[in-house]
Write a protein that binds this ligand. Structure first.
Ligand SMILES: Cc1ncc(COP(=O)(O)O)c(C=O)c1O
Length: 404
C-alpha cells in the first residue's frame, strides 16, 4: 500500500524542527556587555576586532587578517588592494553569489566567467586560460558551498600569467585544500560572517594574506585610505570606511570558540548522509575533489535527476521534500554571467571604454548545475544521525510514491 506524501495531505516524515542557527548562549551576552562597558565601541581603541583578526588568521594558517563590514566589502577591499581598476578583467566562476561579480563591477572592472566542473561545481581550471586577455588582472576562484577549488591549478595559472590570485572563501571557514587551510593559498582571500555562514555575527567580513604589503594596502582601504602610522587626516589613497565594529568582533570570538566542534560534526554527518543517499538514485550528493582535505560543508549540494523521480520536476520535488519536513533550496537560478544587472553593467563599462560588446561568456556546465542543483543548509548537518536518516527517508518516500 502506498503512503500518502505530506504534500498530498499525508503525515510528514518529520514534524520536529532542525538545529537552531545561529547557536548562542550567555557567552555572547557577556562578550557584548564587555564591549558596552569598555566604552571602546569601534575597532581602533578596542581589543575585540584585533584579537579576532589574530585568532582567525592563525586558524586559517595566514599571517595577516584585516576585518571589515561584510564579505562583499572584503572582495572590494582585496580587489582594490590588488590594484584592480577601470577596464581590468577578473576571471571568476559563474556559479556564485552576486557579490563576487558586483565587487568587480563596482570598481569598473569586468568579470569574465569561466565555466564550472560538474563534479565540484567550482571553476574548471582547464577553461580559464581561454578567458585570459591583455586586460586580465586577477583570478577570483570561489570555494563554493565551502569546498575548496583547485588551488594548485589556479596558483600555477596565476604565476604563469602574472595575475593576482584572490580566493572568495565567503563560504569556506575552516576548509582545507591538500592539508592547508584556505584564504591565504593565493595572494589574498576573503570571508563573510553574514547570518547564514558557518561563522557569523549577523554580518562581517575579513581579508587574509601572507603578504605584508597586501596587508597594509587592505588596512588602508578599510580605513578611508589612511596609513597605519600616518595622521588622522592624511589619506594616501582614495577609499571608504569598511571597518568592523567591536560588537561584531566580540560576537565572532565567541562564535569562533564553537567553530571547530561544529565543523567536525558537519563533516561526520555529511559523510554519513552521502553514503545513506545511495539508497535514493537520482538524488546525488556532490562529493567534490578528492584533494579537498576538509570541506566546510556550508551547503550540501545535491544533483536532482527528474528521470529517477517519475519525470517530476525539481520544483515539485522541492515542494514535496519541504512538506515532509526537509527544508531544501533550489540554489543559484542562473549563471551569474546572465544576471541582467551583471550583463548590463558589463555592457556599460565596455561602452564607456570603447571596447566592443560581447555576448555573455557561455557556461554550459553551470547552466546544467543551475537547472539540476539543490541545496541543504549547513545547520541541518548540526543534528545527529537520526536527523540525517529523516532526510533519506523523506527522499526515498517521495521516490517510491512517484515511481510506483
Ligand atoms: C561566495 C560568496 N561571496 C561573497 C559573499 C558576500 O558576503 P556578504 O553577504 O557578507 O556581503 C557571499 C555571501 O553570501 C558569498 O556566498
Amino acid at each position: 500500500m502506498s503512503i500518502a506524501l505530506a504534500v498530498d495531505g499525508g503525515t510528514p516524515v518529520r514534524t520536529k524542527g532542525w538545529p537552531r542557527w545561529p547557536v548562542w548562549d550567555d557567552t555572547e551576552l557577556v562578550a557584548l556587555q564587555h564591549v558596552v562597558a569598555s566604552g571602546a565601541w569601534w575597532a581602533p581603541p578596542g581589543d575585540q576586532v584585533h584579537a579576532f583578526e589574530r585568532e582567525f588568521a592563525s586558524y586559517q594558517e595566514a599571517s595577516f587578517a584585516v576585518a571589515c563590514t561584510n564579505g562583499s566589502a572584503a572582495l572590494e577591499v582585496a580587489l582594490r588592494a590588488a590594484g584592480v581598476d577601470w577596464g581590468d578583467e577578473v576571471i571568476t566562476t559563474p556559479y556564485t553569489f552576486v557579490a563576487t561579480a558586483s565587487a568587480c563591477l563596482l570598481l569598473g572592472a569586468i568579470p569574465r566567467f569561466s565555466d564550472v566542473l560538474p563534479n565540484t561545481w567550482n571553476m574548471d581550471p582547464s577553461r580559464v586560460e581561454e578567458r585570459i586577455t591583455p586586460r586580465t588582472r586577477a583570478l577570483l576562484p570561489v570555494h563554493i558551498a565551502g569546498e575548496p577549488a583547485d588551488m594548485d591549478a589556479f596558483r600555477d595559472i596565476a604565476r604563469r600569467h602574472n595575475l593576482v590570485l584572490i580566493e572568495d572563501a565567503a563560504q569556506a571557514h575552516g576548509a582545507s585544500w591538500q592539508g592547508h587551510r584556505v584564504g591565504a593559498l593565493g595572494d589574498m582571500g576573503t570571508f563573510s560572517f553574514q547570518a547564514s555562514k558557518n561563522l557569523t555575527a549577523g554580518e562581517g567580513g575579513l581579508v587574509l594574506t601572507n603578504d605584508p604589503e597586501y596587508a597594509e594596502r587592505c588596512w588602508s582601504v578599510v580605513n578611508v585610505g589612511r596609513q597605519r602610522e600616518g595622521a588622522f587626516y592624511q589619506h594616501v589613497g582614495l577609499a571608504s570606511n569598511y571597518r568592523m565594529a567591536e560588537w561584531m568582533g566580540a560576537v565572532l570570538r565567541t562564535q569562533f570558540s564553537r567553530l571547530e566542534e561544529q565543523s567536525q560534526r558537519r563533516s561526520e554527518n555529511a559523510a554519513y548522509l552521502f553514503e545513506a543517499l545511495s539508497e535514493v538514485p537520482g538524488l546525488v550528493p556532490v562529493r567534490g575533489d578528492p584533494r579537498v582535505t576538509r570541506s566546510a560543508h556550508h551547503l550540501v549540494r545535491l544533483w536532482y535527476d527528474p528521470e529517477a523521480f517519475g519525470g517530476r520536476s525539481r520544483e515539485e520535488f522541492v515542494r514535496a521534500f519541504t512538506a515532509e519536513g526537509i527544508p531544501v533550496r533550489l540554489g543559484y537560478p542562473e549563471p551569474l554571467s546572465r544576471q541582467p544587472v551583471v550583463a548590463e553593467r558589463t555592457a556599460y563599462i565596455r561602452q564607456r571604454l570603447g571596447i566592443a560588446s560581447e555576448p555573455p561568456d557561455p557556461c554550459p556546465v553551470c547552466e546544467q548545475v543551475c537547472a539540476h542543483g539543490l541545496w541543504l543548509a549547513q545547520s541541518l548537518l548540526l543534528g545527529d544521525r537520526t536527523d540525517m536518516d529523516d532526510i533519506v527517508t523523506a527522499a526515498a518516500r517521495i521516490q517510491r510514491a512517484w515511481v510506483a
